[in-house]
Design a protein around this ligand. Sequence first.
Ligand SMILES: Cc1cc2nc3c(=O)[nH]c(=O)nc-3n(C[C@H](O)[C@H](O)[C@H](O)COP(=O)(O)OP(=O)(O)OC[C@H]3O[C@@H](n4cnc5c(N)ncnc54)[C@H](O)[C@@H]3O)c2cc1C
Length: 404
Amino acid sequence: MSSQRKRIVIVGSGVAGSILAYGLRNIADAEVICLERASADDHSDAGTGLNVGPNAIKALRHFLPDLADLLVSSSLPWSNWRISLTDGRELMNLPLTQVADNDGIRIRWSQLYALLRQPVLDRVRFGVEVTAMRYARAGEAGPIVVETVDRQTGAEGRIDGVDLLVGGDGRYSRVRETFLGKPQPYFLGVCIFRLLIEQSRPDLVDDYEQWFNGPNRLLAFRVPGNGTYIAGSFPILPDQDVPLEARRAEVLRALYTPQDAVPSDQCAFLIDAICNNLSEIHWARLQEATPVFSDPGRRILLLGDAAHPMVPTLGQGATQAIEDACVAVSMLGTALGDGGHALGDALEAIEQRRRARVEFVVDFSRDATDTMLAGADPVAGSLAKTRPDFQAKLAKLYRDIPAA
Ligand SMILES: Cc1cc2nc3c(=O)[nH]c(=O)nc-3n(C[C@H](O)[C@H](O)[C@H](O)COP(=O)(O)OP(=O)(O)OC[C@H]3O[C@@H](n4cnc5c(N)ncnc54)[C@H](O)[C@@H]3O)c2cc1C
């Protein structure tokens, strides 16, 4: 590769990778190649529904306003957070205006991916999986070499002369494992399952709500297109997989049914939906790992879950991937606009801008999981979330986006 035109390979056209590809698409001094193993219309890995925090929308408005408009106009607003018990007793009812400068959004995963990929369809090589990567060996054009396979044809490929490799390849990042070692996951001892039903009852479930029966928690909200996203959680042993026994309808129904009362109408609707759609459920365990952004030689940049897998308790995984991508667009864009000689410095600057913020969000997300752990008291824990110290942290989370 010439010293002028820098070759940048982004692995993964997920949340962070798509936004970075979008933000760098018009830089003449860069050849940006984004590789995505899924095909353009395959959303099978795209989960169900999600809420994106007000801070991501604020960051997008600041750095990439077109993208903010696109997401906001294609989603439902997330403007309130209510917590109750499954018998209907309300514990917290928080309009987000008290802690945020704007709403978040509620959206389907498949729709979020489609919206973020659409403007970069011609920049992404879909159906291409990165199978191996390395610092160039003697005789190879470096600094980085990437090997690929076309998932449809089986054809193998090689991209050399890569100046910067960006790992936007998610929680089980091969980029991170190859260059920075496999992260040690920390399991919190909570199972979380997710479900999207093609039915909505806006009279019962609309904006973002949570319901507790002991530490067992339901979460739900309506998403565009007459759908309802439901997530349930319950404690398990930290070193235990989700037990098969717990995936049965009777067991799940019992987990969320209050002992001496009937479930509220809202919870009865959700419990029935869960029990009637068992085969559609995605199961996972709450886990996180230590944040890492870059290699010592500053040739590798990790963004989103690849950099900082966190627990989803505050809905900050994709949200932080968006913040990361905004900062990366700004810093890499500037460095590339100046000829790309200071790409390594840009990586250092990105890490400086992101590390403290990300560590705060990872810690806050873990701390906010207190009410979901074995033995937790959800009444005391949820009431604590109405107090000024918790809400000041929420305001910091939702308002203190990275500056340009
Ligand atoms: C139960 C649960 C609920 C969640 N709820 C929310 C929520 O409500 N709000 C929120 O903000 N976040 C939520 N998250 C977190 C969110 O899913 C992630 O944080 C977010 O998707 C991370 O974005 P990313 O860009 O880092 O990676 P991803 O969006 O995961 O994208 C990674 C991309 O890389 C591709 N890829 C991977 N390996 C390769 C390879 N070798 N070659 C080519 N392509 C590759 C994948 O196909 C994928 O498209 C939740 C997570 C879980 C587990």
